[in-house]
Write a protein that binds this ligand. Structure first.
Ligand code: 13P
Length: 333
């Protein structure tokens, strides 16, 4: 049990956050397509090789979330990725959910798959070097109609079962209930749904006997829906986000690592900086676990061409350094 607590603490070391490089096969294809990169086992390997061998990233990145295929891949010189990361002082983690499926016949609401056979898979991942795991549940807002209480409850229950299975397998769970940022809801509606979701998740975690000291939360920031027409300052977003977290997240949770959720690198960095600055003496450490916002600039610089490798690595490092600076609160927390 002490291992999972120690890993949770290390993942939220001051000035460090996570790189979410756990895109599934359909998702990485979606990221590669606009850059004209074919998604093959080798291009996916070469791309992750580029990211994980970036000099200096260990000063800003405490852990990397891998996809199952990536956990088994290696650098061009033959170092398995999990061992390469560990050698650099970066903790390897693994996405263990199997994506989402519709909750019913005629609804857009979803339920995350992957609980079947999970304990066996977790032991295998741990043997291969993973020290933490991630499971993403998705909550859809549609006016006052969605989410339904049933969707919130089903997703909270499976997140809690996953988290318990992880702790039993000596892996630190990252619990990710993502309230989607698309849609036309205003910030108040986003806040209400985020709070209801977090309340349900922590109730389910408690019921499942999950040790809060040995887990991390990965939530969305509270923002207006992308199609709402509403604009809010980073300070307003920070205050709405912190109000939700203060009312729903117990102080024993060591850290909260935000997802970027489709916000651009600049916008997500600006909002994260405001959240950290305005958090004051919050009980948890606040940082990032970004996918797109950490990678978009590197991917655009790379374009799948080996001659662009250095430019891509320096774009990646630059964003990681800006984020690292953003999460170093003035108080040094
Ligand atoms: P984004 O930062 O691109 O939202 O990805 C984070 C993530 O891991 C989603 O599960």
């Amino acid at each position: 049990m002490s291992g999972i607590i120690e890993t949770a603490r290390q993942l939220v070391s001051p000035g460090k956050g996570l790189l979410a490089a756990d895109e599934s096969l359909p998702t990485i294809k979606k990221r590669f397509d606009p850059q004209g990169i074919a998604s093959t086992e080798e291009t996916r390997r070469a791309y992750r090789d580029l990211l994980f061998t970036t000099p200096g990233m260990e000063n800003c990145i405490s852990g990397v979330i891998l996809f199952e295929e990536t956990l088994r891949q290696a650098t061009a010189s033959g170092d398995p990725f999990p061992q390469l990361l560990a050698k650099r002082g970066i903790i390897p983690g693994i996405k263990v959910d199997a994506g989402t499926a519709p909750l019913g016949a005629d609804t857009t609401e979803t339920m995350t798959k992957g609980l079947e056979g999970l304990p066996e898979r977790l032991s295998d991942f741990r043997r291969r070097g993973a020290r933490f795991a991630k499971w993403r549940a998705v909550i859809h807002i549609d006016g006052d109609r969605l989410p339904t209480a049933a969707a919130i409850s089903a997703n909270a229950t499976s997140l809690a079962r996953y988290a318990r299975d992880c702790q039993d397998a000596d892996l630190t769970p990252i619990v990710e209930p993502e309230v989607l940022m698309d849609g036309s809801q205003n910030i108040d509606r986003s806040a209400d749904v985020t709070r209801a979701t977090l309340d349900a998740v922590f109730k389910a975690l408690d019921k499942a006997g999950v040790r809060l000291e040995g887990m991390l939360l990965k939530p969305n920031m509270v923002v207006p829906g992308a199609h709402s027409g509403q604009t809010q300052t980073p300070e307003q977003i920070a205050d709405a986000t912190l109000e939700c977290l203060r009312s729903s997240v117990p102080p024993q949770v060591p850290g909260i690592l935000f997802l970027s959720g489709g916000q651009s690198p600049e916008v997500s960095t600006r909002n994260l900086r405001a959240i950290v600055r305005r958090a004051g003496a919050a009980p948890w450490r606040l940082s990032f676990s970004f996918g797109r916002a950490l990678q978009d600039e590197a991917l655009a610089a790379w374009k799948g061409r080996s001659q662009n490798l250095e430019a891509a690595q320096s774009a990646f490092l630059r964003r990681a350094e800006i984020l690292s600076e953003a999460v170093r609160a003035p108080s040094g927390r």
